[in-house]
Write a protein that binds this ligand. Structure first.
Ligand SMILES: Nc1ncnc2c1ncn2[C@@H]1O[C@H](COP(=O)(O)OP(=O)(O)OP(=O)(O)O)[C@@H](O)[C@H]1O
Ligand SMILES: O=P(O)(O)OC[C@H]1O[C@](O)(CO)[C@@H](O)[C@@H]1O
Ligand SMILES: [Mg+2]
Length: 369
């Protein structure tokens, strides 16, 4: 069964995540073993839409030599983008303003022009929603779930999350020693968009005292009360882990910026929380933003293995005639789910989950007490 496939393309979209190169490696080798050629599209779909702008061409032939030794490398050898979504492409108007334009037909034409029979699109909710749209418009395609945010439905895990949590925990461990030495409150802001997975897991793993996540709008009085109680007991430092999407009761998440054709950028809530806790407790506070450090660097072995399994499964899915599906971890196996289901809504932290209950049992505050 090769479904008439001779040549496939791979694209990586959205924010990079540790493990992307493992997917590219496995998908390339699994495709070669079926006699298929593989090309990588540079920077999302830009290599196809803006091919002339690349001195070496917008497509990269993915030979065995090209993918050798990349499993452990961070980032993506293809490049990625979270700007210029092809179905809402920003185009400047004669009056200088920006409007969004649908470039689907043009993009599909480029796939034909380059004799690409099918696409493996590796991305988060945004890239996979684009993938779903392209599939509906006629492109043969399989999605692979990637994101450090862990906010994709229908899969037990996305690669990138484990590496991000690991590194965030390591950073928070370091903050403990400086917070203790200076008797300070340290507020650490982590990525995650509208879901609190990274803050919850990294915060718990490193034993912080309060965790603020978008799923539980916060008030700071109970957090300040805990900090004061701790100080009375002789623990004159406290660590608070804040998800970038956290919001106060009755308020909104903190937006760092929004431009046409781009998702809004979150950031800044950590500094606000630190200032308010300083005012409420009279104790010196500092805010640290871990930001893109969580996306960089080498993938954990968990993410490498997940990436390899997803990459090979995506090729098997195409070989078996599937299209419009996402490969998904369904322990102990990897299976396929419709892209429509996977992109219907974000996977946020369920309030009754075991991790939240455990954190509450440990005395960690969420700001809703
Ligand atoms: N190939 C692409 N070309 C242009 N924009 C893209 C592409 N893929 C995704 N985007 C845009 O990037 C944003 C995020 O994409 P996605 O949800 O797939 O990634 P993510 O892993 O959640 O990372 P992030 O949150 O960094 O942006 C979305 O707004 C999406 O429209
Ligand atoms: O690379 P950018 O545009 O700053 O995107 C940041 C966003 O991407 C992510 O790192 C991954 O989705 C989010 O956690 C974060 O909000
Ligand atoms: Mg996303």
């Amino acid at each position: 069964m090769s479904q008439g496939i001779k040549r496939i393309a791979i694209s990586t979209g959205g924010g990079d995540a540790p493990g992307l190169n493992a997917v590219i490696y496995a998908a390339t080798l699994a495709a070669h073993s079926r006699g298929w050629d593989v090309v990588g599209i540079r920077d999302g779909y830009n290599g196809l839409l803006l091919g002339d702008e690349y001195p070496d061409g917008g497509l990269i032939e993915l030979t065995r030599n090209r993918v050798r030794g990349i499993i452990h490398q961070g980032g993506t050898i293809l490049g990625s983008t979270n700007r210029g979504n092809p179905i809402a492409y920003p185009v400047q108007q004669p009056d200088g303003s920006w409007a969004e334009q649908d470039r689907t037909e043009e993009l599909l034409g480029r796939f034909d022009q380059h004799r690409i029979d099918a696409l493996i699109t590796i991305g988060g909710d945004g890239s996979l929603a684009i993938g779903h749209h392209l599939h509906q418009a006629g492109l043969r395609l399989v999605g692979v779930p990637k994101t450090i945010d862990n906010d994709l439905e229908c899969t037990a895990a996305t690669f990138g999350f484990d590496s991000a949590v690991d590194f965030a925990s390591e950073c928070i461990d370091r903050l403990f020693s400086t917070a203790t030495s200076h008797s300070r409150i340290l507020v650490v802001e982590v990525m995650g968009r509208y879901a609190g997975w990274i803050a919850l897991h990294a915060g718990m793993a490193s034993g912080v005292h309060a965790i603020l996540i978008p799923e539980i709008p916060y008030r700071l009085d109970p957090v300040a009360a805990l900090i004061n109680e701790r100080a009375q007991r002789g623990s004159t430092y406290s660590i608070v882990c804040v998800a970038e999407g956290a919001k106060p009761v009755g308020g909104a998440h903190t937006v760092a910026g929004k431009a046409v054709g781009q998702a809004e950028r979150l950031g800044g809530v950590g500094a606000k929380v630190a200032a308010e806790l300083e005012a409420l407790t009279g104790r010196e506070s500092r805010a640290v933003v871990l930001g893109h450090l969580l996306r960089g660097g080498s993938p954990s072995s968990v993410d490498r293995l997940l990436g390899l399994r997803f990459g090979a499964a995506a090729v098997r899915a195409l070989d078996e005639g599937h299209s419009g599906v996402m490969v998904a971890l369904n322990p102990p196996t990897v299976d396929y789910v419709p892209l429509a289901a996977a992109t219907r809504q974000l996977k946020v932290v369920p309030l009754d989950c075991d991790a939240i209950q455990t954190a509450r049992d440990l005395g960690i505050r969420f700001g809703d007490e």
